[in-house]
Ligand binder design. Structure first.
Ligand SMILES: Nc1ncnc2c1ncn2[C@@H]1O[C@H](COP(=O)(O)OP(=O)(O)OP(=O)(O)O)[C@@H](O)[C@H]1O
Ligand SMILES: [Mg+2]
Length: 243
């Protein structure tokens, strides 16, 4: 372990599927107490990036360091055991399992087992709806409740950092606000965050810094509080299509 100031450090990361290269050399970092956003339109590689970090797919080149140590050659389970937790875009809850079973089962690593009771209390107080419905099966949950449970599952893994892939996709503005509050609360406990979102205003309200992803590359970095011209960003991505 080093006393570095970054939770996550990625240099020139390349990855893809079969003959297609999707990530064309991504470099980014997330500080130890930092909340960082990743914004970009459909199909530009955001999910591929998170999947490569958590080793759902193997990197083709480049390096990934978590808490000062190289993790690019580690299997996903080992990455989870180290506390780098990825809450995927399409949640993978077991349909017949109840909320409580799902949360308890998620704490499968030794570290998560040790923290099970505390983390369960934390999830149920963060998401009272889950507490109210603790015996309800996953398949009967609403979209918003499923997203809450997916984040809850991530928290049960005893995260030292969380990566969330479009947690508010398809949610009503009210639920989106509720989830934003929960996410802010999680990061206020000192858990660094990498948050993928397609709503610039929303992501900027939650993060310290944001990267724009453009065709598998980082095209720009924006600090919170910086003057951001939303139209400028939309033009950058969609300008040619609208012309
Ligand atoms: N399993 C796969 N096999 C082949 N190609 C894939 C696979 N998954 C994604 N791709 C392709 O990789 C590219 C990037 O996809 P990715 O899911 O990373 O984009 P994204 O930025 O997360 O998009 P969205 O905003 O729609 O979630 C797309 O062209 C997609 O079709
Ligand atoms: Mg995606």
């Amino acid at each position: 372990m080093s006393n570095n100031t970054n939770a996550l450090e990625i240099v020139d990361l390349r990855a893809g599927y079969d003959a297609s290269d999707v990530l064309l050399g991504i470099s980014l970092h997330v500080g130890l107490r930092e909340r960082v956003g990743l914004f970009g339109p459909n199909g530009h590689g955001k999910t591929t990036l998170l999947n490569t970090i958590s080793h759902v797919i193997g990197p083709r080149a480049g390096s990934i360091r978590f808490m000062g140590e190289a993790i690019d050659a580690l299997a996903s389970q080992k990455i989870v055991a180290r506390g780098l937790i990825h809450v995927p875009q399409a949640n993978r809850l077991f349909p017949d399992m109840e909320i409580m079973e799902t949360l308890e089962l998620a704490a499968f690593t030794p570290r998560a087992q040790k923290e099970l009771k505390t983390n369960l209390e934390c999830v149920l107080s963060l998401f009272p709806r889950l507490a109210e419905r603790r015996r309800q099966q996953c398949k009967t949950l609403s979209g918003g409740e499923r997203q809450m449970l997916s984040i809850g599952v991530g928290l049960m893994c005893a995260p030292r950092m969380l990566m969330l892939d479009e947690p508010t996709l398809g949610l009503s503005p009210k639920l989106k606000d509720e989830l934003a509050e929960a996410i802010a609360e999680i990061s206020s406990r000192g858990i660094p965050l990498l948050l993928v979102e397609q709503d610039i205003a929303f992501v900027l309200s939650l993060v310290d810094r944001m990267y724009l992803v453009d065709h598998g590359e980082i095209s720009r970095e924006i600090n919170r509080g910086a003057e951001v011209d939303h139209q400028d960003i939309m033009d950058m991505y969609f300008g040619s299509e609208r012309a």
